[in-house]
Each structure stands twice: as structure tokens, then as C-alpha cells.
Design a protein around this ligand. Structure first.
Ligand code: KG4
Ligand code: ZN
Length: 385
């Protein structure tokens, strides 16, 4: 089954063609970083206008790269929640128009759930080569795809991976899920916890801004923290626990602590603030990265404990979202999986950040299970899923 995926929930305009819910025939992403950089964050009105301008060329490129004509498209999957309402509207309107004109079924896909599916996709040919050359936004990195053994057992269940503990860490979300704990399928997602304030990627971006590293800050903080000589214990930044059993996350306190550490204290007047040397910036970046990753690993440990207490033994840890590109998080997730005897599924670097292949992939599972949306499909800016 050939499914066209569309993604426009934030500041990436993306289209992809995926075969059989697994093979990525093309995945084209037009990022808008250059438009939002001067504001230090995504400006919703600018983002939606850019989606309108970019969607058609991105769609053409995705079809061309896949060598697929519109008449071959058997389903249309569109990310319809959550996200910026103006941005979502563009993709949803395009998805409906394509579905109606092609006579192909339409399905709206939850963007956060789709991040968890990214690691199950297989990059083939040119996609694989491109992902090896440079990761998202030019980062380099290895591909850690889903274990090859994870062949489809049925129409919508990746074999040998469920039940799983799912982790989504991105610019807009930080959540954990029990995946397939009730019916053994990937469509069964129960949210275990989520951030009560900032998302981890947002905190990385603010850390980047505090350290004067530009936007988005996440990749820059990662690069700086990896430099030789970086001391991740230079500053003792707080690892948020919330209550002793909480499965929720909080990153706003960490962000404020980094701000104070960079200024030399909470009430230090501007004239008295230290100038940050490169070494100090590097150490602050490493300390921030250590604390934020430790908070994620701590909550994953708690979630595993709580699932096991409830009689659910997860087989794998499936992670997704832009922050899974982070080098320290990737290595700590690997270590945690080894300790806990879990298979680890991480997306290839090019599918960590927002893309439409994950939408098409999860959309295929949904279409195969009989789910359909009509022309009444509406974008939903927030989600409680
Ligand atoms: O998944 P994504 O594209 O967008 C949302 O759905 O929100 O994630 C983007 C986020 C940004 O906050 C970016 O700074 C962060 O992912 N990010 C990173 C790294 N690469 C991207 N954060 C930390 N380390 C990285 N290497
Ligand atoms: Zn995302």
C-alpha cells in the first residue's frame, strides 16, 4: 500500500511517500529555521504562511523522489493534532483536497504518536545515503534503525517489540506511553506522563539562547557539550523529580537554574554579570545536558517499575522526537536498555525531527485497521492523548 504523508504542525513543511507502512520511498522536509531565527522561536503567523508557499513544491519533490505518480497513491495521512492551529490547517486542507480529488482514503494522525513510529521505518536507497551524509539540519550521525527482526507479524503489529515503553522528546512534547499494553497493537497508546511545563526540546532551545548559541539551540548545546574537556559536573543543576512516584516531567526549574548559573546568581545586576568564556559556556552546556537527560532516564526507570508492578513486562523501549538526536540521550537510552533487558528502537537521525514519513507510516497502520476520516476532519491544536 502506497501512502502519502503530510506534516505541517509546527515549522517544518514535510511530505513523504511510504510503502507498506515501512519502506520510506521519499521524505522531504522544508525547515523554516531561517525565518524564525531572528525571533528566537517559532512565530505562528510566519509559519503558516510559509507552509502555504512550500507545501506544493515539497509535495512535488516527494513524489518525484519516490518515482510515484499521484494516481498510485492509495491513502493520504495527515498530521492533524497537536500543533499550531494555523500551521495544522494548511496540511489538513491539503490532505482533504488530495484525498477527495484522488478518491483515496484519508486519515488524521496524531503527531506525537507518529514520532514513536519513526524508529520502525526503513530508509532505502537515496534516503539511507542522505541520512548517512548529514543528519537533520546538517548534523552527522549514525543510523540506528529498528531491529531488523521487527518484521510485521500482522497488519498493524510490529513483531517482537510490544508491549513497549514509548518516549517522545521533542520541541513541543515530553511524554511517555505504554504501547500495545492492552491489545498488543501499535495503535494502542496509553499516556503515562507528560511535561507539566516546558518540553525538553524547548528547554534545550532556551539553554541555547541563554548561552548565545542561536536557534534552534538543541543541536548547538549538544555539539558544545561534546567538546573535548567539557565538564558536565561544573554546575550542579536540578534534576526534576516532582513527587516520589510522579511520571510527569518538569524542565522550567532547570532552565531558570541555568540562567542564574550563567549570570552568577539570581539577583545579579546586568553590569555585574560575568562574561561567559567559551570554556564556561561549554561546561554549562554539558551540565545542562547531563541534568536534562538524567531527568528523562529517571522517569523512564519509574515508568518501567510502574508497568511491571501492573503486570506488564515491556519488551522494548521505543523513542522518538527531535531530542532523540541528542548524543548523550542516545547513549544513555542504549545503556538503560541493556540494563533493563529491553530492545531499543531509535529513529535514524533524519527521522528524529519532524517529518512526514512517520505520519505516513502510522497512517498506513490506521488505514489498514479500517480507520477513515472524512472531509469534516479538523485540526486540533492541543491533545490530551
Ligand atoms: O520533533 P521536533 O522536530 O519538533 C516537535 O515536534 O516539537 O523537535 C525539535 C526539537 C527542537 O527543540 C530542537 O532543539 C531539538 O528537537 N533537538 C535537539 C537536538 N536536535 C534537535 N535537542 C537536543 N540535542 C539535539 N542534538
Ligand atoms: Zn514533532
Amino acid at each position: 500500500m502506497i501512502v502519502l504523508g503530510l506534516e505541517s504542525s509546527c515549522d517544518e513543511t514535510a511530505c513523504a511517500v511510504v510503502a507498506d507502512g515501512r519502506r520510506v520511498l521519499s521524505s522531504v522536509v522544508a525547515s523554516q529555521n531561517e525565518l524564525h531565527e531572528e525571533y528566537g522561536g517559532v512565530v505562528p503567523e510566519i509559519a503558516s504562511r510559509a507552509h502555504v508557499e512550500r507545501l506544493t513544491p515539497v509535495l512535488r519533490a516527494a513524489l518525484d523522489q519516490a518515482g510515484v505518480g499521484l494516481e498510485q497513491v492509495e491513502g493520504v495521512a495527515v498530521g492533524h493534532r497537536p500543533g499550531l492551529i494555523g500551521s495544522l490547517l494548511v496540511g489538513v486542507a491539503a490532505g482533504k483536497a488530495l484525498s477527495w480529488s484522488l478518491g483515496a482514503p484519508l486519515v488524521g494522525v496524531d503527531h506525537v504518536h507518529a514520532h514513536l513510529y519513526a524508529g520502525l521505518l526503513e530508509l532505502g536507497g537515496a534516503n539511507r545515503a542522505a541520512a548517512h551524509e548529514a543528519g537533520p539540519r546538517g548534523r552527522e550521525g549514525p543510523i540506528d534503525g529498528a531491529p531488523r527482526a521487527a518484521a510485521d507479524a500482522g497488519d498493524h503489529t510490529p513483531a517482537g517489540l510490544l508491549p513497549a515503553l514509548g518516549l517522545v522528546v521533542s520541541g513541543g512534547h515530553t511524554s511517555m506511553y505504554a504501547v500495545g499494553a492492552r491489545d498488543g497493537t501499535f495503535l494502542d497508546m496509553q499516556r503515562l506522563g507528560a511535561t507539566i511545563d516546558d518540553a525538553i526540546g524547548e528547554a534545550f532551545d532556551k539553554a541555547g539562547a541563554i548561552l548565545g548559541l542561536g536557534f534552534p539551540g538543541g543541536p548547538a548545546v549538544d555539539r558544545l557539550a561534546r567538546e573535548a574537556g567539557a565538564n558536565d559536573r561544573a554546575v550542579d543543576l536540578p534534576i526534576s523529580r516532582l513527587s516520589p512516584t510522579s511520571l510527569d516531567f518538569s524542565f522550567s526549574g532547570l532552565k531558570t537554574s541555568l540562567l542564574y548559573a550563567s549570570r552568577g546568581g539570581p539577583g545579579v545586576a546586568e553590569a555585574q554579570r560575568p562574561t561567559l568564556s567559551h570554556e564556561r559556556r561549554r561546561d554549562l552546556a554539558a551540565s545542562f545536558q547531563r541534568a536534562s537527560v538524567a531527568a528523562v532516564v529517571l522517569k523512564l526507570g519509574r515508568a518501567l517499575g510502574s508497568l511491571r508492578e501492573g503486570g506488564i513486562e515491556p519488551v522494548s523501549l521505543i523513542a522518538g522526537g527531535g531530542v532523540t538526536a541528542n548524543s548523550r540521550l542516545r547513549s544513555e537510552l542504549k545503556a538503560l536498555s541493556v540494563r533493563e533487558g529491553l530492545k531499543l528502537v531509535l529513529p535514524p537521525m533524519s527521522l528524529c525531527v519532524d517529518n512526514a514519513a512517520m505520519i505516513a507510516g502510522l497512517g498506513t497502520l490506521m488505514l489498514r485497521s479500517g480507520r477513515r476520516d472524512g472531509l469534516e476532519l479538523s485540526p486540533v491544536p492541543t491533545t490530551a492523548c
